[in-house]
Design a protein around this ligand. Sequence first.
Ligand code: PMP
Length: 407
Amino acid sequence: MEIYDVEKIRCDFPSLQREVHGRSLVYLDNAATSQTPEKVWHGIEEMYLEHKANVHRGVHTLSQEATDCQEATRRRVREYINAASEREIIFTRGATEAINLVASSFGDRFRDGDEIILTVMEHHANIVPWQLLQRHRDIKLRVVDINDRGELDMEQYRSLFTERTVMAAFAHVSNVLGTVNPVEEMIRIAHSHGVPVLVDGCQASPHMRLDMQALDCDFYTFSAHKMYGPTGIGVLYGKERWLEEMPPYQGGGEMIGHVSFEGTTYAELPFKFEAGTPDFVGIAAFSDALDYIDSIGLERMAAHEADLLRYTTARLTAEIPGIRIFGTAPHKSAVISFLIGDEHPYDVGMLLDTQGIAVRTGHHCAQPLMERLGIPGTVRASFAAYNTRREADLLIEALKRIASMLG
Ligand code: PMP
């Protein structure tokens, strides 16, 4: 098998060559967003230079080309996640919008007293949309806790289902703890109670092969910008039978069959959920990101990231006095959240930045999890396919200096 040439991969990402505060950039904020390979912004450039015309509305050549590019990505995404049909692939602005779409449109059927199961490790994007339903209905949120390693309490999960449970919604992978949740089992349990499931796949889609038909979830969401793709694009996968039944989320152009003041009919799937001019430029270029991932191989990328996770975790634990790592599940993706002694995460993050090292600090849009852990936030280093052991070394050496400086 061809060796994993990380230096060659790095050459595809010009942004990785830049300097920050006079040092080579060490970009370890990939769980927030990944950098973008040349192939993807060339795709964006090509759309602007050659095929910039509004999709679906024109008979003219440019419009048809733009439409073809957008629809080619839909086919590509369907194939990439092994969905049964292109009708099940909805383009959104991101995972956040996708979850809001489901909460608002699927949530239309929920009634007073209905219950939704979430977990304590959810991103705000998978909490607040469900809370918005509570403005009009008395919906109860039931929350699954975690153990000391940051794994879900599966006994509790099982026990939370009642005859009033109408939805279970949870992350595939935690953006803070890195825990890979047993989603297959969780979906099976929910379905055994007749409860549909939404999986927030934001932190899984850049690192693991997805198969919607094998997973059998009802909804799955992810964002392109975390997958080496453009910003402003997300995907909602939904089972056709649900999407057919659901009312539109937004009204406007593209999503209609016929409009009159007496009443409006809606377009077929997937267009029923794509009101207004979509970001067809970004959508077209998302296909280039998926091609890029396939050109290296997602499994090889994931193996490289797993090596970085093991290496960095072992060294941090052994060499940084007073470090606490949050999330130590055996099945974990390449995210390391930590605190050093009583130091505030912002101070550590700012000092790392002065050395050219980009990490995320704060609550990571998971305030209920921070509350559960009894901490204000963490420092989070997260890896992508282009990171190196040398970068991990630079992080560790910098943290050693910071730890001794801060005492
Ligand atoms: N869920 C998880 C687990 C995430 O990590 C993120 C991004 N931080 C989101 C949802 C929201 O993604 P976006 O901002 O791209 O909509």
